[in-house]
Each structure stands twice: as C-alpha cells, then as structure tokens.
Design a protein around this ligand. Structure first.
Ligand code: ATP
Ligand code: MG
Length: 479
C-alpha cells in the first residue's frame, strides 16, 4: 500500500500526469476549451496507483468533444453522450512499451437532480468549481487543469486523502438526496481504498438508508460488485450492515446476525461468513473472482430460515444449502445479475456442503465422479469454497479437514487420469488392421490391436501412416 500521506505532500507526485493527458490538454486548449483530469484519476495518481483509466472534465459540449477526439483517438464511444460523456481509447508507445488508455471526457455538470427519479438529470455547467462541488467525495473532487498542470482542490480532498477519510463536498444529507447511490459508493470506496467514512457521513447513510430504494437495481449491482471485488470487502460489507443499507440491498447478509441463544450454542454465522469470504480471497490464484466471492458471501444465507433447536440441545440447519441456493437465485435475479452468474453462484451454494458427506474418505468412485460432474466447470471454485468454509480455531480439526479434502482432490485427479487412459484408442481400429494385414477376424486382430495400443501409450499418437508401417513390421516378426 503506497503511503498516501507522503504522496499527497510531494509536489512532483501531485503534478505527474501521463504525457497522453497533457497532449489532449493541448488539443483542447488549441480549440479554445478547458480540460482537466478529474475524479478517480487524480485521486489514484496521488495514491501512487497509476492506472490506464483517465477521466477528464471540460467546458466543451459533447459534440465539440467528439470533434476533438475523433481525429486523435483510436476509437470513440458515444454510449454515455446523453449524460455528457464521450469515451475513447488511445494507444500509445512510451519508451518502447505499448499502452492503451481508456479515456472519458465529461462536460461540466451543474447541480441539478430530479430527487424522485432513478437517474440523475443532466444539465451542463460553465465552471469546473460548479462541477467539482457535485461530485461524491472530496477525494474524488480534485482536478488537474491541463496542459498547465494546475492543481484544483476547493474541498480539501488532498488533506482527506492524507487522512484516508471519505467526506462529501457539501453536507452528506444533500449529497445523498441528490443521488442515494453515493451511500453505496461510500462503502465501496472504503473497501477499495481502505479508508474510513467520516462519522457525519455514516450518520447520514444510516438515517437515509431507505432512499436507496429509488436507485435502479443495475446501478446498485455495479457498486456491490466493485465492493465485493475490492481488497477489503469486509470493511465495506460491515458498513452496509451497520448503516442498515444492507437491509435494503442485501437483506440476507444482515439476517445472518442471528441472536445467539444462551442454551443452544452455535457459531456466529455473520462473522463466519465474512471470514470465509476472506479465506476464499486468499485462495484466489488469478485475480479477484466475482463468482467465488459471491458464493462465499452467500453460502450460508439459508441458515436463518432453517435453524431448529433440537431436543438434545443442539442446533441444526437442515437443507440450508438447498434453501440458500434458492434464496441466492432470487436475490441475484432481483439485482439483475446475468443469468449465467445467477446459475453458477446458486450452484456453488447448493454444493458447498456436499463434501461433508465425504467423512474420512468413504465415497465410492461413482460418488466422486458425481461430485465432479455436478460441479462441472465450477469444480475449481468449489474446491476453494469448501476449503475456505472452515473457520474453526481448533488447528488440529482444521488440518484434518484440509487433509481430507486433499485426499478427495487426489482421488479426483486419479479418476480423471484413469478415465483419460480408458479413452485412449490405438491409431488403427480392428477393421483397418484386418484390411491392412488382409486377415479375417480372430485372435491375431486382438493381438495386433493390443500391440498398437502399447505403442500409442508409449509414444503418443503415431498417425495412420506410421501406425501402418509399425503394424506391418510387427506382423512380419510374428511369422
Ligand atoms: P473507479 O473508476 O476506479 O471505480 P472512480 O473514482 O473513477 O473510481 P467512477 O465511478 O468511474 O469512479 O466515477 C468517476 C468520477 O465521477 C468519480 O471520481 C466522482 O468524482 C464522479 N462520480 C461518479 N459517480 C458519481 C455519483 N454518483 N455522484 C457524484 N459523483 C460521481
Ligand atoms: Mg473511473
């Protein structure tokens, strides 16, 4: 983690912008317009995370932006044009290294929101100050005017960045009334940047949590995904639960905080879930994995509904994986996740307990095959989910479980290898053998077949021609 404090106080770091940004700044200035790097790009530069995403703001209207970008960029997008945003891609070569920049140029906006609608209303502004004040957090409301690299920070974003705190430029209440999605964005940035949310912002989130109801499922889903894919999801998820926002967007998560019964002891499912999520993240090998993380987060959501206090003083959650899979499906569908993702995550939730029937290795080969078949392409994720679903403090118990799972993975590998071997055929089949050797069906055909199979296992595929030569040589030696 770069030291924000240090970076924010170093003038060079403050003014180091990509050459491609300065180049674009010159073009806008030649055309008589202002251009400034803004938002996440400025924040991330100060944090020492240099990305390939560059967000700009300008007084030029979208049609004028298009006129400047078209002859310069390698591709231009107009999907966001109704909201004043033109997108572009610029491929560059810096010091012999190819780099591709994703660029967004948004016309200054002025304060104007329809407070009852689901989408922000767009009206253009004339000054950058007006634009910055309507941004979500002070750390996102800094700009670098180009090409002169003047730092513009009317709301003290640099100090907040150094203090690692999220504050709104105006009062949080008016900001969240303008766009309630910003409450989720607070949790998302806390999780991504490992920042604290200022107390007055947390209070406003708590008081206004209900307002998230006017925001579309798609916008909510996109922020939830960014939060879950962040480096510190536990932090963001806790904020959602503590402020009551989770009750509106992911009530199944809040519901995991079961009151603990004095007589019936069981693990705290909420804390367990957050730990499983972190353990799953630790097992990721190819970067953040949304499906694995969602499955870890949701794997036990069937527990509150299936909890029973048994007469013997124990607590049971019979079939919570089946109930949980159904709940997962309905929640993710409501949040407008793509069908494939809904299916995959529910499947993982449904299968997360299967391994517990494995005992100390009593499954038959066919049970192991069924496990593999049911998981299909999700097998690798199921391995990770099952392994992370062990949060016991008892080290011996944890080690034993992990060894048992190693055993299952070994058996899967052995069966797969065996099945691949079983599927291997010689390069020539019986009919070809009879034709080539001009013989009738009989034991010689079987022997020839075995011989070719041996050659195939020994050397890999030979091809028809070489196999024919080898077959004839073998036949000659038989005579
Ligand atoms: P990243 O792209 O890394 O997720 P970002 O800060 O660039 O982070 P975006 O969602 O791309 O976030 O938004 C770009 C900038 O636009 C933000 O930094 C912020 O200044 C502004 N912004 C985006 N969404 C909102 C919003 N709902 N309300 C106010 N300002 C916003
Ligand atoms: Mg961005």
């Amino acid at each position: 983690m770069p030291n924000a404090n240090h970076a924010a106080q170093t003038p060079q770091a403050r003014h180091r912008v990509a050459p491609v940004a300065e180049e674009l700044g010159r073009r806008f200035s030649e055309a008589g317009f202002q251009l400034a790097l803004v938002g996440g790009s400025v924040r991330d530069t100060l944090l020492g995370r240099l990305g390939n995403d560059l967000d700009f703001t300008t007084d030029a209207r979208p049609e004028q932006v298009l006129r400047i970008l078209r002859p310069w960029a390698d591709a231009v997008w107009q999907v966001g044009i109704a909201f004043g945003t033109v997108g572009a891609r610029k491929d560059t070569r810096e010091g012999g290294v190819a780099k591709s920049f994703q660029i967004e140029v948004t016309t200054y906006r002025s304060e104007s929101y329809d407070r009852s609608s689901r989408k922000p209303e767009v009206s253009y502004g004339d000054t950058i100050e007006e634009d910055l004040v309507r941004r979500d957090f002070t750390v996102n409301a800094m700009a670098v005017a180009l090409p002169g690299v003047d730092f513009i920070d009317p709301h003290g974003g640099r100090d907040d960045l150094a203090a690692r705190v999220l504050r709104t430029p105006g009062t949080p209440e008016s900001s969240f009334s303008d766009d309630p999605l910003r409450m989720l964005r607070a949790a998302r940035f806390a999780a991504q940047l490992d920042f604290e949310v200022a107390p007055e912002v947390v209070s406003a989130m708590t008081a206004m949590a209900d307002r998230i109801g006017i925001v579309s499922a798609e916008r909510i889903r996109d922020e939830v995904n960014k939060l879950i894919l962040s480096a510190h999801p536990r932090k963001g998820l806790r904020l959602l639960v503590d402020t009551g926002l989770a009750d509106r967007v992911l009530p199944e998560l809040s519901a995991l905080r079961l009151e603990r019964d004095e007589h019936f002891r069981h693990k705290d499912v909420y804390e367990h879930t957050l730990t499983v999520l972190e353990q799953a993240i630790d097992l990721e090998t190819e970067g953040p994995d949304l499906l694995l993380r969602l499955a870890a987060l949701l794997h036990d959501i069937g527990k509150p509904r299936t909890r029973r206090f048994e007469p013997d003083g124990r607590v049971s959650f019979h079939h919570h994986e089946v109930v949980g899979a159904k709940m997962t499906k309905s929640r993710l569908t409501q949040l407008k996740y793509p069908n494939e993702q809904v299916k995959d995550v529910s499947r993982l939730v449904e299968l997360h307990l299967r391994f517990h029937g494995y005992g100390s290795g009593e499954w038959t080969d066919s049970a192991v095959r069924r496990y593999v078949r049911d998981a299909g392409p999700l097998l690798n994720r199921l391995h990770k989910l099952t392994r992370s679903d062990c949060t016991t403090r008892n080290k011996r118990k944890a080690a034993a479980l992990s060894r048992t799972y190693d055993g299952l993975e070994t058996r899967i590998a052995e069966l797969q290898e065996q099945e691949e071997l079983d599927a291997i055929r010689p390069d020539l089949d019986g009919n070809q053998i009879m034709k080539i050797l001009d013989i009738k069906p009989g034991p010689a055909v079987g022997k020839a077949y075995q011989h070719l199979l041996e050659l195939r296992l020994e050397n890999g595929p030979l091809g028809e021609e070489a196999a024919t030569v080898a077959l004839k040589e073998w036949w000659a030696a038989q005579a």
